[in-house]
Design a protein around this ligand. Structure first.
Ligand code: ATP
Length: 301
C-alpha cells in the first residue's frame, strides 16, 4: 500500500525537475516534511539527532550563528569560505554581494538543505546537526527565489506546512497582495494552480510561498529576493507583514534592492564565498568599496 501511495504521489507531483527524491522535494518546499512522514520516507539525516551536544548551553537570544562555515558543491571550489557571524533574535539582516558570491547557498545551508563541509551552524542556539531537517524547518520559514509550488489548489499550497482555516488562507493571500488570484477563478481557494504553479506568474508563486511560510508562524524567515519576483509586494510591506504577524521574528533577506537593504539592522557583504564586510548602510558606504559599488549599480533598480 505504501508503495502504491508512493507511486501515486510521484505521478501527481511534477516537481522532479526541482529535486530528485520525495524527501528532498519535501525539504525544498519547506515544512512539507509531513509528506515524507505520511509516506514513511526516512529522513537522510535522522542519525544526526544522535550527535552528542558537546557545546555550551543553547543561547536563544541568538537566532542564527555561523562559526567558520565552509561549503563546496561536490569537488568544486569553496562556495562558502569560513563564514562567521551571529544574528540576534528579531534582527533584520540583508545579505548582498555580486552574482555567484554564495548568498543563496548560505540560505540553503541555514535550513540544512546542505550541510557545511566544515564549521558549525546554530539555529536558536542549537547546532543544526542535532536536529532533523524538519525540526530545523519547523521554526525557519524559507522562501526561495524560484519558490516551488505544487500542482493542486491554492488551499493545498497554503496548508502544506501547517493546517489553516479558509479564513486564515484568505487573510494570508490578502497579506501578500494575492487576492486578485483568488478573484480570478470562481473556485476561490479551490482554484487549481497547475503543474508547478504554471497558472501563476513567478512573482505570484513566490508570494504564495511567502504566504505559506508566514502561515506557519516561523521564528526566523529567510527570503531570497529576486529582482523581479516580489514586484507586487515591496520590502516595506513584507517587513510590516512580518512585524504584525510575528513579534521578534528574525528576517534574513538575500537582497537585490536598495530599499530592502537601507533599513536593515545589519548588512552582510559577501564576495566569492567570504564575508568581506558587515554593518549598516551608512557604515558600509564609508568602509566598503564593494558595498559602495553594489549600492551604485546592482542594488539600484
Ligand atoms: P545570485 O545573486 O546570482 O543568485 P548567489 O550569490 O546567490 O548568486 P549562489 O547561487 O549561492 O550565488 O552560487 C554560488 C556559487 O555556487 C556559484 O558559482 C554557482 O555557480 C555555484 N552553485 C550554485 N548552486 C550549485 C549547484 N547546485 N551545484 C554546483 N554549483 C552550484
Amino acid at each position: 500500500l505504501v508503495q502504491f501511495i508512493l507511486y501515486l504521489f510521484l505521478l501527481i507531483l511534477p516537481l522532479g525537475r526541482i529535486v530528485g527524491t520525495v524527501g528532498a522535494v519535501g525539504e525544498a518546499l519547506g515544512g512539507l516534511s509531513r509528506i515524507g512522514e505520511v509516506l514513511d520516507v526516512p529522513e537522510e539525516d535522522e542519525g544526526a539527532t544522535r550527535l552528542a551536544f558537546a557545546g555550551a548551553r543553547p543561547n536563544p537570544d541568538l537566532a542564527l550563528v555561523l562559526e567558520n562555515v565552509s561549503f563546496r558543491y561536490d569537488d568544486g571550489p569553496a562556495v562558502l569560505d569560513r563564514l562567521t557571524f551571529a544574528v540576534r533574535r528579531g534582527q533584520r539582516v540583508a545579505v548582498v554581494g555580486p552574482s555567484g558570491a554564495g548568498k543563496s547557498t548560505l540560505l540553503n545551508v541555514l535550513v540544512r538543505l546542505y550541510d557545511p563541509v566544515a564549521g558549525v551552524v546554530k539555529v536558536d542556539g542549537q547546532d543544526v546537526r542535532e536536529r532533523t531537517r524538519s525540526q530545523v524547518r519547523a521554526g525557519v520559514g524559507y522562501v526561495e527565489q524560484d519558490a516551488p509550488v505544487l500542482a493542486g489548489t491554492l488551499r493545498d499550497n497554503l496548508t502544506l506546512a501547517v493546517p489553516a482555516t479558509d479564513a486564515e488562507c484568505r487573510t494570508a493571500l490578502a497579506d501578500v497582495n494575492l487576492l486578485d488570484v483568488l478573484d480570478r477563478s470562481p473556485d476561490g481557494l479551490d482554484a487549481q494552480v497547475g503543474e508547478g504553479g504554471v497558472m501563476l506568474s513567478g512573482g505570484e508563486r513566490q508570494r504564495l510561498a511567502l504566504a505559506r511560510a508566514l502561515l506557519a508562524r516561523p521564528t526566523t524567515l529567510l527570503l531570497d529576493e529576486s529582482t523581479s519576483h516580489l514586484d507586487g509586494l515591496n520590502e516595506a510591506r513584507v517587513r510590516d507583514l512580518i512585524d504584525s504577524q510575528s513579534a521578534g521574528c528574525t528576517l534574513v533577506v538575500v537582497a537585490h534592492r536598495l530599499s530592502t537593504v537601507v533599513d536593515s539592522d545589519v548588512i552582510l557583504v559577501m564576495d566569492r564565498g567570504r564575508l568581506v564586510a558587515q554593518g549598516t548602510h551608512e557604515e558600509l558606504l564609508r568602509t566598503s568599496r564593494l558595498y559602495r559599488e553594489l549600492a551604485r549599480t546592482q542594488l539600484v533598480r
